[in-house]
Design a protein around this ligand. Sequence first.
Ligand code: ATP
Ligand code: MG
Length: 472
Amino acid sequence: MSHEEPTRDARTSPEPASGSAPRTIPAESIPLARLDQDALRVISRLQRQGFEAYLVGGCVRDLLVGRMPKDFDVATDAHPRQIKRFFRNARIIGRRFRLAHITYGNRIVETATFRREPDLSSPDEPSVEAGLDEAGEGTPDDLLITQDNVFGTAEQDARRRDFTINALFLDPTRGVILDYVGGLGDLEAGILRTIGDPLVRMAEDPVRILRAVKFATRLSFRIEEHTWEAMVALAPQLARAAPPRVIEEVLRLLRSGTALGAMRMLRACGALRVILPEVDAYLGDRDDAAAQERADSFWRLLEALDSDVHAGFSPTTPVCLALLYLRIIEREAEIAASGEDPPDVVATAAKILEPVAQAARVARRDFSRALRIIDRQRRFTQPTSRRFRPLLFVLGEEFPESLDLFRLRSAARGQGWDLYEGWRARREMALQAKPEEIDAERRAARKRPRRRRRRGGGAEGSGPAEIPSTPP
Ligand code: ATP
Ligand code: MG
């Protein structure tokens, strides 16, 4: 990166005025070999037809900080129909955001036409429903953007993006980076800052609060003061964001390898209270000693998760859900348990998770799997019984994910490793079992007379085993 300009003061809003020429620097620090060759082909073809075309967004940011980009997006002033004309392998997708997908083999180069921020003050704006949330409610001066599909210039396209570091253009043909919004300086200084007034930008799309947390923790960047203040002020607005987008970002944070820092930051800015109220309440207040203990063990669980993610583990959606809610559910079930009856974990899990999953449109399959993973946890530690069929248990469909969660819990508690290893070995052995052996187990499980079913035991998938065994 060039060091030609001094680092800007994080307190001021030093964004270049709109209409001025972009700051342009040579892209010499980016090795051409790291660029996606298909994206380069798309750009070069568009430029030869007389259009502007750049690599844009996350890939330019990642290349400049030395990370491998996840994907290479192209932005151009060619309209989708024009793109389609020049590329036989292009397909127009999306109703809200019309984009071209240009396919090379099984790879896709996402090519978007420059868009501009919709003009909220204009009643004639064709594609903006200012002031209407998902339910069609809201006040006319609401800023929530519900559509965003008005074509614009490269500069307008940069300015409608969320953070300065996400709005850089790379022209691989000229070998230059174009910066309309001060993103280069912020990248150099390690600062995450919204483009424009953070209060306006976060109100337009409160999910940007979660994106800020994601980028700041992932890149170890400091959040600029006004951006942070806006996050705190507007965190309650996350209640207006579409739940599926919110849960998607939460899942990304959990899989990021920086879940601990991210969840702490979400709590600090007040977003956790809005998006995961049960988790926030479970973590309690600072002056409540019992809650502190609960919070510490939750943070340790996230620490264990991060460490496994760094080693290559990618938690599934059911594991993520189970991880977030497991202790909340177990505690609630224990409190609700009366006298001799064991805590009804499955029923409590369903009661707590169902509304969350429904609002966020979590697939039914993921939801019920999360319930089973939570229920299976007691199997790993409780004493054995004649009626438990360990072979069927370890061959159960949800066993690997249940064991993933048990491993994370063991790591967080610093105990249970012997149990974990025992169950893992048992699974390995069971995978070698002969089909006749498994059939015999199934028949035996079916034959056994059923005693009184445990309340809520309907989610059982591994036969009528009521009491688990200890592992070998
Ligand atoms: P990642 O590496 O996680 O994919 P990214 O920066 O590529 O990070 P994407 O969600 O893939 O993020 O989005 C691509 C680009 O689109 C971003 O870099 C940003 O410029 C723009 N963008 C995405 N979401 C928003 C948003 N909610 N508001 C404004 N701009 C956005
Ligand atoms: Mg991306």
